[in-house]
Ligand binder design. Structure first.
Ligand code: FRU
Length: 288
C-alpha cells in the first residue's frame, strides 16, 4: 500500500549510559551511535520494512547531516521526491541519553529550520496514496494540508499524531480518521489514564479511531461508538532501547489497518511491534 507521511527527520546522537546521570555530572558513555531519527521518518522506515511503498514529505537542512538522512531513507526504500531542502538550513539534531539501567531515553532536541509548509504540500499529487500520516506540528500549516485532503473526491485514510501539547493542536482533530496520541500529551493535559484522555479528545475528534500507547501498561483504543479496548504490552526479556517505540507503535497501527484488520487487531500488532523494538537496539524489526 502507498503511504505518505508529513513530519520530521533529525540527526540523532545517542549516548548509551549505564544509568541516567545527576545534574552537573561528568561521565563516560558506554557507546555512541549517530543516525537518522524523527517521528514521521521512523514510522515510514518501519512501514517500508513491513512491505509498504513509502514517501516522506518534510524539510531538510543543506548540510552533511541531511545528506546522511537522505541516504538512510533511500537505503530503506523511502521515496524523498517531495522533500524540501532549505538553502543554508541546518538539520535538526537530538542529543539522546539512553539508560541501560531502565531502557529510558531522554531527548534534547535542537531545531532551527522552517517547518514543511502547505505550499510545498500543495505540489504533491495525493491521488495514488492509500494513507496519509501527519505529525501534528505546525498547526496552521498542518490544518491547511488537512483541509486540502478533505476536499478530495476520494481522500486516502488520514492519521494524525498528537505527541506534544502544542498550541491549538486540537484544531487538527476533526480532520483525522485515526488519531495516535502519546502518553506525554495525555500527561500534559492532566489525564492519568486513557479513559480520561479519550473523554477529553472524543468530542473534538468526530468518529475517528483513537489510539494511545501507554508504555508497560500496553495500548488502548477507542472506537467511534465510545467503546474502549486494551491490549497488554509485550515485555521483552530485557528493555534495551525505548527510543522510537512510539513511532513503531504508530507504524503498527497503520500497518494493521491497511491490512484490513479490525482496530483491536491493529492495536495488538502495534503493541507487539513496539514491545519487540524495546528489546532491541534501533528500529530493526523481526520478521512477521
Ligand atoms: C523518537 C524521535 C527521535 C527524534 C525525536 C524527535 O521518537 O523521533 O528519533 O530525535 O523523537 O522528537
Amino acid at each position: 500500500m502507498r503511504v505518505l507521511a508529513v513530519g520530521v527527520a533529525t540527526l540523532d546522537i545517542i549516548n548509551t549510559l549505564g544509568a541516567y546521570p545527576q545534574e552537573d555530572d561528568e561521565l563516560r558513555a558506554l557507546a555512541q551511535r549517530t543516525g537518522r531519527g524523527g517521528n514521521a521518518t521512523n514510522t515510514l522506515v518501519v512501514l517500508s520494512r513491513l512491505g509498504h511503498d513509502c514517501s516522506w514529505a518534510g524539510m531538510l537542512g543543506d548540510d552533511a547531516a541531511s545528506r546522511r538522512i537522505l541516504h538512510d531513507l533511500h537505503e530503506h526504500q523511502v521515496n524523498t521526491q517531495w522533500v524540501c531542502v532549505h538553502p543554508g538550513g541546518v538539520t535538526p539534531t537530538s542529543c539522546i541519553l539512553s539508560s541501560q539501567a531502565t531502557g529510558s531515553r531522554t531527548i534534547v532536541h535542537y531545531r532551527d529550520l522552517p517547518e514543511y509548509d502547505a505550499a510545498a504540500f500543495e505540489a504533491i499529487d495525493l491521488t495514488p496514496f492509500d494513507w496519509l500520516h501527519f505529525e501534528g506540528r505546525n498547526v496552521p500549516a498542518c490544518e491547511a494540508m488537512l483541509k486540502r485532503v478533505r476536499q478530495m473526491l476520494r481522500p486516502p485514510t488520514v492519521s494524525l499524531e498528537i505527541e506534544k501539547p502544542r498550541e491549538d493542536i486540537e484544531r487538527l482533530l476533526p480532520f483525522a480518521d485515526v488519531v495516535l496520541i502519546s502518553r506525554a500529551y495525555a500527561a500534559a493535559r492532566g489525564c492519568a489514564d486513557s479513559e480520561r484522555l479519550f473523554k477529553l479528545i472524543r468530542p473534538l475528534a468526530g468518529s475517528a479511531l483513537l489510539f494511545v500507547a501507554w508504555g508497560k501498561a500496553g495500548g488502548w483504543l477507542q472506537t467511534a461508538d465510545g467503546v474502549n479496548r486494551h491490549r497488554p504490552s509485550l515485555q521483552p526479556p530485557v528493555v534495551v532501547d525505548t527510543l522510537g517505540a512510539g513511532d513503531v507503535f504508530n507504524a503498527g497501527v497503520i500497518h494493521g489497518l491497511l491490512e484490513g484488520k479490525a482496530p483491536v487487531e491493529a492495536l495488538a500488532t502495534a503493541v507487539r511491534l513496539a514491545g519487540e523494538k524495546c528489546g532491541r537496539q534501533g528500529l530493526c524489526l523481526a520478521p512477521e
